[in-house]
Design a protein around this ligand. Sequence first.
Ligand SMILES: [Zn+2]
Length: 205
Amino acid sequence: MSTALRTRFQAEIPAWVVAEVSAAGEVLGGLEERMALANRLARLNVRDGGGGPFAALVVERDGGRVLSAGVNRVLAANLSVAHAEVVALSLAQQRRGTWDLGARGFPATELVVNWRPCLQCCGAALWAGVSHIVIPDDSGEMERITGFDEGPVVEDWIGQFARRGIEVTRGVGLPEALAVFRDYAEWVARGHAVVYNARGTGLNV
Ligand SMILES: [Zn+2]
């Protein structure tokens, strides 16, 4: 630990993420195509070891240009907030030079992520200015498979988002998302990764 107070913090995505987005073409026409890239990045992130099996994209809703890609970097960056959604939203805001991705004069944006955002990331997505969130599902299946605790997200989170002008689409890329989580669980069982937010004991209620 440093003895001096720190004045900044940062998270960085690995070069392979940029290469994967580039290989995918940087413009992704349909939701399935966008989620396929998110699932692929999540799968590769398991082997990378910098964080959990999660990836997110910020995409221009019409046209599908990828503004940013994020993967979970909690372990690599020593930042508990460095979830894929926070990384992708932050990189998109830095690229546009604005804290508001819904700012007038810019194309509408959507967040594509390989599961329902956790408690923290629901907040991050609400404040970011995206108009659409695309997920495979929002059931407890991911938590059951991986052991992650996503926090007390409100039951009516989709209604709460809708009231704030953010549409949520479920049911995109579900089989592959579940396959990535099972792969992660196997990786953990073999001792190659840790479920870092559950203190090893799961949800303590
Ligand atoms: Zn999160």
